[in-house]
Design a protein around this ligand. Sequence first.
Ligand code: ADE
Ligand code: ZN
Length: 328
Amino acid sequence: MNVADLPKIELHLHHEGAAPPAFIRQLAHEKRIDLSGIFKPDGSYDFRDFAHFLSVYEAACEVLKTPEDFRRLTLAILEESAENGVVYTETFLSPDFCGGGDLAAWKDYLNAIQDAADEAERKYDITLRGVVTCVRHFGPEQAKRSAYCAAETAGDWVTGFGMGGNESIGAQGDYNWAFDCAREAGLRLTTHAGEFGGPESVRDAIRHLDVERIGHGVRAIEDPDLVGELVDRGITLEVCPGSNVVLGLFPNFYAHPIARLRDAGVKVTISTDDPPFFHTTMRREYEMLNKAFGWDDEDFTALNKTALDAAFCDDATRENILKRLEKP
Ligand code: ADE
Ligand code: ZN
């Protein structure tokens, strides 16, 4: 079997970042908003570096204005993911882009997203769960609003809380209140660290936010003691190799540390982050990892098992997904 045909689990996907450029252009056309500056002549997203990527991302979000926009977006994302063999996804949803942090508005967006997820589960046999994320460069006060939205809607579907955004601004510990609020509501925790921040950012995430998963975390490779700590604590990394290569952390897949981290005993998983921005899909990530490291069915089956163990869903859902992974 071609490894790319295996069923897949994805734990790190930004909802707006998964919007195909054609989808964003269509909404811009319907709403008469000029977004021509964020696309290349070939229609793909146009950005120079990480900071510019974040501003193009936020510009694209300007056309995602209503719960109905998010309903359509969710269906489009899940159709595409299912075509790439994904059976379970955890998506990052930001109240900042879904009602600006207002709880009543957030509930309307969430209902629309969950409706679309139910429809996609029936049509495409893919399961979605939500991880509410605050955005680091929007600051700790706005993060509190996101955490409050997360806490008020925590349950079977909203299962986690996390943080994305520009890691060079502030410190992980500035967001303590938000993470404590989410933890007290029973949510499982993850944060972006060790992507543009170095090993000290990963250490801060562990020390100050007590997360069980880390988004990226790949720059831990620069510090062997930290790699040992990740192993000892059983922390899972949500690794997004294609994203890291496009954003210039590593020159290519061959130089990516995912294999070294795995071989050192760190729990690694594979995701796409913002697939159309980085010209990737889960299928392509598998193909590239197979090419770069010779990973075969057995390797990917073990990685999926690691991902399923680290998934924030309840045990009944986990059992269900396990059956889908085992289906020939
Ligand atoms: N938001 C969307 N993609 C991101 C990334 N790769 N890092 C941090 N924040 C993000
Ligand atoms: Zn991310």
